[in-house]
Write a protein that binds this ligand. Structure first.
Ligand code: 4NP
Length: 182
């Protein structure tokens, strides 16, 4: 099966990734922290922006769920900077790709994109890029135990490696590589 690819950059040489879940306190903030970490490690921080949001409004302005934060902290990440945001029509306009954690989040993201006049083709399931089991959902760990958060982190870490490779590819083919400018 060919590797999954990201939609083309809207601005050559720059790429904006949105991560979408329901509450924006568990899954998409974990993916946001891990992807931001790997983007920085790949030297892409000045070209790739990463943000996350939820389709629901219950937790707007709050920090990450304490279990999500503890799981990230134990694995060596900084989980302190997150504040929850809610998806609205502007996200489809601002981001090159919107990666949804489950099918319900994807439907919400596509509906926000169509309200903005977009066809929603920039909205995909996050696990489209999962190298082990592509195309599945990231299960909601909110009502479960700590092991659910460990499972989310494992899925997020392996999927993020493929997303970073896809970012390098889409930026490399967008015709504005550093050092190529004359
Ligand atoms: P998330 O998890 O979508 O991964 O952030 C949830 C967080 C909060 C709720 C549901 C899911 N909630 O119902 O408040």
């Amino acid at each position: 099966m060919p590797a999954a690819t990201l939609p083309p950059a809207r601005t050559p040489g720059q790429y904006a990734v949105a991560l979408v879940c329901l509450g924006n306190i568990c899954r998409s903030p974990m993916a946001d922290v891990v992807l931001s970490d790997r983007v920085a490690a790949a030297g892409l921080a000045d070209r790739v922006t990463v943000e996350s949001c939820g389709t629901g409004d219950w937790h707007v302005g709050r920090r990450m769920d304490h279990r999500a934060a503890a799981t990230l902290t134990s694995a060596g990440y900084n989980a302190t900077r997150h504040r929850a945001q809610q998806l609205d029509d502007s996200w489809a306009e601002r981001f090159d790709v919107l990666l949804a954690m489950d099918a319900s989040n994807l439907a919400g993201t596509r509906s926000a994109a169509s309200a903005d006049g977009g066809a929603g083709e920039r909205a995909l399931l996050f696990r489209t890029f999962d190298p082990v089991d592509p195309g599945g959902e990231v299960p909601d760990p909110y009502y479960g135990g700590d092991s659910g958060f460990e499972e989310v982190l494992a899925m997020v870490e392996r999927t993020t490696e493929v997303i970073v490779a896809a970012l390098e590819q889409v930026l490399g083919s967008s015709g504005d590589r550093r050092g190529d400018r004359s």
